[in-house]
Design a protein around this ligand. Structure first.
Ligand SMILES: NC(=O)c1ccc[n+]([C@@H]2O[C@H](COP(=O)([O-])OP(=O)(O)OC[C@H]3O[C@@H](n4cnc5c(N)ncnc54)[C@H](OP(=O)(O)O)[C@@H]3O)[C@@H](O)[C@H]2O)c1
Length: 299
């Protein structure tokens, strides 16, 4: 089967890392889609428009589609049900239908927020119970993907950081803005997170895609990938400050549940199914975050 991969959301935080990971491997022919940030040879496609989706998929004929584009900010989702329905749900339907017509495998990027966070760790078969509209919309996308073909896959990931275009792009690096400015920052010390480097997810996905082409029957259904470093946003903030020997006394721990859309307490993902198939990568937070933030500290 042709090694042709199409990546949606290739201008986004995770999609960028996935796009670059496949570009590094000459055995793959790679096409990345974007919407408002069309650069680095990305193709502009509005995935909420069914005709545009059909056109790009029937022309490029990918064997693998990594569907990363989504609205992933829980508070934005809460206030924009129509936009979320179009992007997180209907666009997923368009992609899965077009993929089915050419026999392409879809890997849908999902989230640990499909779980309620009351009984970690969650294995791939654990029952989802999203607490907020973002989690519900992503669970809907999972069902569409797996319903379109039993051969399709879902990859759930936790809070992400990686090469950013600006500090507030990631829910992790945004915490560094006040620290860098020497301002007081109040950081949640309640919900438990497992911040994961986008490069690790991208590396793991490329291996999974290779496996899919070699042994398709082993690569279907739900997968998880996460780091195993247990941190609150407060602990991430302290680690970021410490990485650059910055003062931590202005970082104030908030012991209460986060405000806004309800957040699950601890959604630690068990990754056994992925670990049995590929040798994924887990970058230490202290190393990964230092290289991500370095350009901002030098400025
Ligand atoms: N970031 C996290 O912490 C996190 C955690 C768990 C799961 N996830 C999941 O990981 C995936 C990737 O998230 P991310 O952080 O990379 O998101 P992101 O940085 O917000 O990127 C969103 C992407 O969607 C694209 N997009 C938006 N509207 C579009 C449209 N109408 N047509 C085509 N493309 C459109 C954007 O394109 P333009 O920018 O070019 O407009 C961008 O490439 C999502 O499925 C998300 O649910 C993310």
């Amino acid at each position: 089967m042709a090694k042709r991969v199409l990546i949606t959301g290739a201008s986004g935080l995770l999609g960028r890392a996935i796009y670059r990971e496949f570009l590094k491997d000459n055995s793959w022919e790679t096409l990345g889609l974007a919407f408002s940030r069309v650069k680095e040879n990305l193709k502009k496609v509005d995935i909420t428009d069914e005709n545009q989706v059909k056109e790009v998929i029937s022309t490029f004929k990918p064997s693998v589609i990594i569907h990363s584009a989504a609205e992933r900010r829980p508070d934005v989702v809460e206030n924009n049900p129509t936009g979320t329905q179009q992007l997180n749900i209907q666009a997923t339907e368009h992609i899965c239908q077009a993929a089915k017509s050419i026999g392409a495998w879809v890997l849908y990027i999902s989230t640990d927020y499909v779980f309620d966070g009351t009984s970690p760790p969650y294995n791939e078969d654990a029952k989802p119970n999203p607490l907020n509209k973002y989690g519900q919309s992503k669970l809907e996308g999972e069902k569409i993907t797996l319903g379109a073909s039993s051969e399709n896959s879902v990859l759930r990931v936790p809070i992400l950081y990686g090469d950013i275009e600006y500090l507030s792009e990631s829910a992790v690096t945004i915490l560094f803005e006040n620290i860098l400015a020497g301002k007081e920052s109040i950081a949640s010390d309640y919900e438990i997170k497992y911040p994961t480097h986008c490069g690790d997810i991208a590396y793991t996905i490329r291996q999974l895609a290779d496996k899919r082409l070699q042994i398709p029957e082993k690569v279907c259904g739900v997968f998880h990938w996460t780091s195993n470093e247990k941190m609150t946003k407060y602990l991430m903030s302290v680690a970021m400050a410490s990485a650059f020997s910055l003062d931590t006394k202005n970082i104030i721990p908030d012991k209460n549940p986060s405000k806004g859309a309800p957040r699950p307490y601890d959604t630690h993902l068990s990754c056994e199914k992925m670990e049995a198939l590929v040798s994924g990568r887990r970058t230490l937070f202290s190393d990964g975050i230092k290289s991500v933030l370095e350009p901002y500290v030098k400025k």
